[in-house]
Design a protein around this ligand. Structure first.
Ligand code: GLA
Length: 383
């Protein structure tokens, strides 16, 4: 049975009624533009064909009762008495909290939820859940749906309620993507464009199966280093530093610790790579796009230092395959997934070959997902 069908069936069994809305919010894979979002720069993610689904029905009161099929757990809370707890429901409560802080009048609902976005892998299962929650509240409470605004609400929920200092990329991808396209996003203005993927390519996500704890402290440390570098350059964010300006200042080698120079160079060069990647996509040039993937990985490994051995190994294994145009780590790093740009007709065989090579090198079992670019958070018509 498909995921939406099992969600619908479980809803009907639990609540003895038909849902009034079915919500789908996807995970994402970032094609290029890593750690640039909180530097107010450019990113190029795409929503994937793995998502969180929620079937729901409005209630007369202000309670939310939500059953997760994956955790086989029902959580209930009161919109007039939101309290912090732990676990998956915090993302839903966090969204309710931010919506209410912004003055939206919310209605309660009963819902059933499930998803197939791998967790902790860097494919933004949390952003998917935030956007699914936002869409669910919007559906029962009749709120206008503006993707960028709802993405900001999701981000604030994560920052203020869950306590993770993420940027805006993941929520924007889950909210605003379009089938067949990547999202070229300016993280300062939140202006975006949908850019079609080159013809004849597949996007393969390679999950190293490694997860690292303390990601958030390493992430926050990178953010601080970037802020220090921005202050040194006298700009609001590293987005405002051009390659030329960087190189000019770098000649002096003064004013910043060596590590901050390296972090800043990653951001400055990565922003340029995103703009070039968009040009390569528009020119239908997968070879150029792939080369940019490779360069991005090298920069994340050597300058931003957010890869781990597993990510480096799987990226090398991918790059060694003739069907591969390019590969890089994706997401925050320190473990999780890589992304490869591959000849479409060879995508399945590519995945198997990389898994075998990776197994041989690392002794670990990875997973490969051939991902199709999908649409952002939406209401799915109920027949
Ligand atoms: C995580 C964060 C994003 C972004 C990426 C790195 O996914 O949630 O905001 O910073 O890391 O590009």
């Amino acid at each position: 049975m498909s995921l939406p069908h099992s969600v619908l069936q479980a809803f009907e069994q639990q609540f003895h009624t038909f849902p009034s809305c079915l919500v789908r919010a996807p995970g994402r894979v970032n094609l290029i533009g890593e750690h640039t979002d909180y530097n107010e720069g450019f990113v190029l993610p795409m929503a994937i064909d793995r998502a969180i689904w929620v079937a729901l029905w409005p209630r007369e009161d202000r309670r939310v009762r939500l059953h997760s099929l994956e955790y086989d757990q029902t959580v209930e809370f009161d919109l007039d008495d939101l309290r912090k707890g732990s676990g998956w429901a915090e993302y839903v409560k966090g969204v309710a909290y931010v919506l209410q802080t912004q003055g939206y009048a919310l209605r309660g609902w009963d819902g059933t939820l499930s998803g197939d976005v791998p967790k902790g892998a860097g494919l933004s299962s949390s952003a998917a859940l935030e956007l699914a929650a936002a869409r669910a509240f919007a559906c029962v409470s009749d709120l206008p749906w503006q993707p960028a605004h709802m993405a900001q609400i999701g981000q604030r929920a994560e920052n203020e309620w869950v306590g993770v200092q993420c940027g805006i990329m993941d929520q924007m991808a889950s909210a605003a993507c379009l089938e067949g396209h990547a999202l070229f996003l300016d993280c300062r203005s939140l202006d975006y464009e949908h850019v079609p993927l080159p013809e004849g390519v597949a996007i393969v996500v390679l999950d190293t199966s490694t997860r690292r704890g303390l990601v958030s402290s390493a992430y926050n440390e990178r953010r601080k280093q970037c802020e220090t570098a921005a202050r040194f350059f006298g700009v609001k964010a590293l987005r405002d530093v051009s390659v030329e300006a960087f190189e000019e200042k770098r000649k002096t080698k003064k004013g910043l610790e060596e590590v901050a120079w390296k972090r800043a160079w990653h951001i400055v060069s990565e922003n340029k790579r995103v703009l070039e990647a968009v040009r390569a996509m528009r020119a239908n040039d997968p070879a150029r796009l792939g080369a940019l993937f490779d360069a991005s990985h090298a920069s994340l490994r050597d300058d931003f230092e957010v890869t781990n051995i597993a990510l480096d190994q799987i990226v090398e294994a991918a790059q060694a395959q003739p069907a591969c145009y390019g590969a890089r780590m994706t997401g925050a790093g320190f473990g999780g997934c890589a992304v490869a740009l591959v000849k479409q007709e060879e995508a399945e065989a590519f995945g198997e070959a990389v898994l075998a090579a990776y197994r041989h090198k690392s002794g670990l079992e990875a997973r490969a997902y051939v991902c199709r670019p999908s649409t952002g958070a939406s209401l799915v018509p109920l027949s």
